[in-house]
Design a protein around this ligand. Sequence first.
Ligand code: GAR
Length: 214
Amino acid sequence: KKNIVVLISGRGSNFKSVYEASVRENWAEKYGLYISGVISNRADAKGLEYAASVGIPSKVVDHKGYESRGAFEKDLADACDEFGADLIVLAGFMRVLTPYFVDRFSGRILNIHPALLPLFTGLHTHERALQAGVRVHGVTVHFVSAELDGGPIVGQATVPVLANDTPEILAARVLVQEHVLYPRAVRLVASGRVKLDGNKVLMDEEASRELAIL
Ligand code: GAR
């Protein structure tokens, strides 16, 4: 049995896509995978309402209630442990994590970033992709390291950039692919088919085909 804990800050559409895949594909029976809890750093995150509606326990750890990043991350990490986290899935979680947290769950944290890394780390990725004039854009799922959006890549999905795109239109096109890629990446990592070895990602060929969405 392996527990997946999802960290969110807002809408929670990626959390929903992972949860729906886990039900549709029967992850519990087939792979022994369970989404044991959701944690938000914001009490008003829409994703918390969704968690409640499907009966997944949730907890709020509000960063604003803490003097230091260290104190916030200690409680965040303890909350992950309380949900028995084997894998931590960042799904629109908008806090940067320090080496304290990353090392405590070394090789067991995934993030989804709305760009083709290593291009466009950080914020406003769709606006910056349009500004740069790239003709292909997309999304990346990666293991979290101490370097912001810099960890080893698990999977990517691409979308075209079309004439007349706005950041919003492009974001929506990328989001469709996020919802395809993230459930696959979470399933493959949680079930041990894809793993981190030092700073290299190891996987079989079938997994690598599933994780490159062109
Ligand atoms: C997603 O597009 C995700 O890739 C992005 O935030 C959105 C969250 O949406 N993540 C980041 O920008 C991480 N820095 P969601 O709450 O509906 O999943």
